[in-house]
Design a protein around this ligand. Structure first.
Ligand SMILES: Cc1ncc(COP(=O)(O)O)c(C=O)c1O
Length: 410
């Protein structure tokens, strides 16, 4: 059974107090807290077999290699990949997107090509495409959103032409929380142009709901470990195997090679040809442990809990005077993210007032400046919820917002 109070006991950081007060962590969209199981897995690597992988023909190295490769299998199963060979370990979602831009993008995009994206993307899924668009001459265009803060799928569909080589879009918005109906979106893109390659930014989806990439019909899917209970510095690129095989390497050097001669090099097959140098071994093993933890809870239960807390937050914050919420109104349509403004209180001031009570929220544009500009906003406050958050914490947030309103508006 999903018991938040038991779950909270697995997170050592939640036993901390600052100035005698507990921590109310409402910023998991930026990065999640880490459970003891993950911390133990990292410690186990460093205390029992903290050696390099693939290189050594000795037991310690074989143990470390096995754990690293086990993590690949766990990731593959967790997201419904056909095989672990479709899983490339990178630093984070940002690096996964840059990898695709620098390899697939450089090989396929030119002046005749078009890339389509949306205004609700994180900078990680905008800037690499701007760069490749400038270098290749490919046209980059963006679908808008509806007044209900949903992706304007009709607009997206209109932007797809016979020249569209690539569509890049987020599964869940890190500001609005909007969950894009991915299967429908992909079906409509492919019906306009079946050859279009589709990259999904799953950074805000994989930590929070059950994901099965094999059912989407997309070509690339990216996410970060640190938002799903794992350490920072490890992320995932999933790609269809044929595409990965056909792509040139991203970085070159040790570990990604089969044979090296002074004149030429023969690379390994995917996924290893994309993992040059010593990877974040401990972090990757930690990601495997995070997946074990989430799998034990069950992703449907995780989603249900977040939906409940989000529904409660939408109700409680929505009743506060001067609070305006941005994003779909119904919790079923949203991830566990509530972005809002408070009349007369700048989001940064609000975040500071909340911090005096150890309530951690994010303020600013949340790496989605184009979305804020589109909504004619300079900044919002953002609270986000995960497996360890409770309705009582939402009440504390509401109390903090009222306190800030009194302070700034008298
Ligand atoms: C939707 C989305 N995409 C991409 C990223 C980038 O993640 P990272 O900084 O781990 O690369 C984030 C981070 O907040 C995000 O929310």
């Amino acid at each position: 059974m999903f018991d938040t109070h038991l779950i909270r006991k697995d997170f050592p950081i939640l036993t901390r107090t600052i100035h005698g007060k507990p921590i109310v962590y409402l910023d998991s969209t930026a990065s999640s807290l880490k459970p003891k199981l993950v911390l133990d897995a990292i410690m186990e690597y460093y205390t029992k077999f903290s050696v390099n992988i693939f290189r050594g023909i000795y037991t310690l190295s074989e143990e470390a290699t096995q754990k690293y490769e086990d993590a690949r299998v766990k990731v593959a199963k967790f997201i419904g990949a056909k095989s672990e060979n479709e899983i490339v370990f990178v630093r984070n979602a940002t690096e996964a997107i840059n990898l695709v831009a620098a390899t697939w993008g450089r090989a396929h995009l030119d002046r005749e090509s078009e890339i389509v994206s949306t205004v609700m993307e994180h900078h990680a899924n905008i800037v690499p495409w701007q760069e490749i668009s400038q270098k290749s001459g490919a046209k980059l265009s963006y679908a808008g959103i509806t007044p209900d803060y949903e992706l304007d799928i009709d607009h997206l569909e209109k932007l797809i032409t016979s020249r569209t080589k690539l569509v890049v879009l987020t599964y869940v918005s890190n500001v609005l929380g909007t969950i894009n109906p991915m299967k429908e979106v992909i079906r409509r893109i492919k019906s306009k142009n079946p050859k279009t390659i589709i990259l999904i930014d799953g950074a805000q989806a994989v930590p929070h709901m059950s994901v099965d990439v094999s059912t989407f019909g997309c070509d690339f899917f990216v996410f970060s470990g640190h938002k799903m209970l794992a350490p920072t510095g490890v992320g995932v690129l999933w790609g269809k195997y044929d595409l990965l095989q056909e792509m040139p390497p991203y970085q070159t050097g040790g570990e990604m090679i089969k044979e090296v001669y002074l004149e030429k090099t023969i690379f390994k097959d995917a996924p290893h040809k994309f993992e040059a140098g010593t990877p974040h071994i401990a972090g990757t093993i930690g990601l495997g442990a995070a997946i074990d933890y989430l799998s034990t809870l069950g992703m449907d239960a995780v989603r249900k809990h977040e939906e409940e807390v989000t529904r409660y937050a939408l109700k409680v914050l929505g009743q506060l005077k001067g609070v305006k919420i941005f994003g779909p109104e119904r919790a079923e349509r949203k991830g566990g993210v509530v972005a809002f403004t408070v009349l007369g209180v700048h989001p940064h001031d609000l975040a500071q007032v909340l911090d005096s009570d150890n309530i951690c929220i994010r303020s600013g544009n949340h790496c989605a400046m184009p979305l804020h500009t589109y909504l004619k906003l300079s900044a919002t406050a953002r609270s986000s919820f995960y497996i360890y958050n409770t309705k009582e914490e939402v009440d504390l947030l509401a109390g903090g917002i009222e306190k800030a309103t009194r302070l700034f508006n008298g």
